[in-house]
Design a protein around this ligand. Structure first.
Ligand code: TXA
Ligand code: MG
Length: 324
């Protein structure tokens, strides 16, 4: 699979590929997306096949501007307008009622649709050149770690993608915040860099969180227990337990620290991440991927802080690891 630099010429080539029903992986500020023409059900089905993702898991449709939201959604609430003015383009996907003519292939059978304007120059140039909506889940195989570099996409999906546009490493590193605006109360379906407090501040109203989601019926892939997971067993532990577990030098372990100073030994590969949530998020998936490639017995992940800035990271870690 060839990786293409995101030159204007290659973005034009990618646009043609999308128009012909092809699959184009492209960078966003969060993670790499696996894109297809959202208005072409056959192209959208190729996404599900390439990822091995069940067809009832809805996709996010990416757009270049808020004006285009009307083509995909109806009864757009004032809250969406307020969020658009304040944030877009942003790592924030909003769920709205879909227009009846929008195919349920892209919404996984839902009557609602997730829309997002990514804040990345390459993604925006591609979206403007293409003109329509690009359906794009993270460009990883189902339930695996999302890609934050072009090479990760090639490693994950190989020949099933027609083109990979390289925009370097993603700035944010974890997927967008998803906010459901289709019901009575704004509800966060997935934590991301934009926090609940920021949303509540901008909307001037209470925002519900996944604690109250147990009763929900909508399929959100990110809400499944095993998601974003490395193939090596991974365990989260606090720094005290980490010190105890590291006394056993027989197992081949990888350690992802968060602040602690631990050195590598013959059987132990340590990757250190700082207690800065922005830098931690940027690196998390790439570092888990690196450790996962080493054929280790176990990956130990030092538990990061629990404050709101870390909500997206702790959410992803809770799905990638067990907690001991
Ligand atoms: O940061 C991101 O959002 C990345 C980049 C590529 O934009 N995309 C991404 O897509 O993470 P994906 O498909 O991996 O995750 C989208 C999540 C899924 O968990 C899906 O179930 C949920 O959004 N979703 C999409 N449409 C929905 C809907 N109508 N109702 C509820 N959940 C929905
Ligand atoms: Mg995903």
């Amino acid at each position: 699979m060839t990786i293409f630099n995101a030159t204007t010429e290659n973005i034009e080539r990618a646009t043609q590929c999308l128009k012909n029903g092809g699959l184009v992986a492209f960078p966003t500020e969060t993670v790499y997306g696996l894109g297809a023409d959202a208005s072409n059900p056959d192209a959208v089905k190729r996404i599900f096949a390439a990822k091995n993702r069940p067809e009832n898991h809805p996709l996010i449709v990416h757009l270049a501007s808020f004006e285009q939201f009307d083509l995909w959604a109806q009864d757009i609430p004032e809250s969406a307008v307020v969020l658009a003015e304040h944030f877009f383009p942003a790592p924030l996907a909003v769920i709205l009622k879909k227009r009846p003519e929008v195919s349920e292939t892209v919404t996984g059978g839902q009557k609602t649709i997730a829309l997002r304007i990514p804040n990345h120059p390459v993604a925006l140039e591609l979206l403007r050149a293409f003109g329509g909506g690009i359906a794009a889940p993270s460009a990883n195989r189902f339930c695996r770690i999302s890609p934050t570099q072009a090479q990760h996409v090639a490693d994950e999906l190989g020949e099933s993608v027609d083109m990979i546009l390289d925009g370097g490493a993603c700035q944010i590193g974890v997927e967008s915040t998803i906010l459901d605006l289709s019901g009575d109360k704004p509800t966060i379906l997935r934590f991301g860099q934009i926090t609940r407090s920021e949303l509540e501040f901008v909307l001037q109203t209470k925002v519900c969180t996944p604690d109250s989601l147990a009763k929900m019926t909508v399929k959100t892939a990110g809400m499944m227990a095993i998601h974003y997971a490395p193939t090596t067993p991974a365990v989260r532990c606090d720094s005290e337990l980490l010190a105890v577990l590291l006394q056993d030098e027989n197992q081949k372990v990888g350690v992802l620290t968060c602040g602690s100073n631990i050195s590598s030994t013959q059987n132990r590969t340590v990757i250190s991440l700082p207690t800065d949530s922005t830098i931690y998020a940027q690196n998390l998936y790439a570092k888990l991927r690196e450790l996962d490639a080493l054929n280790l017995d176990l990956i130990l992940v030092e538990q990061p802080p629990q404050s709101e800035m870390w909500a997206a990271i702790n959410d992803r870690l809770s799905k990638a690891t067990r907690y001991d």
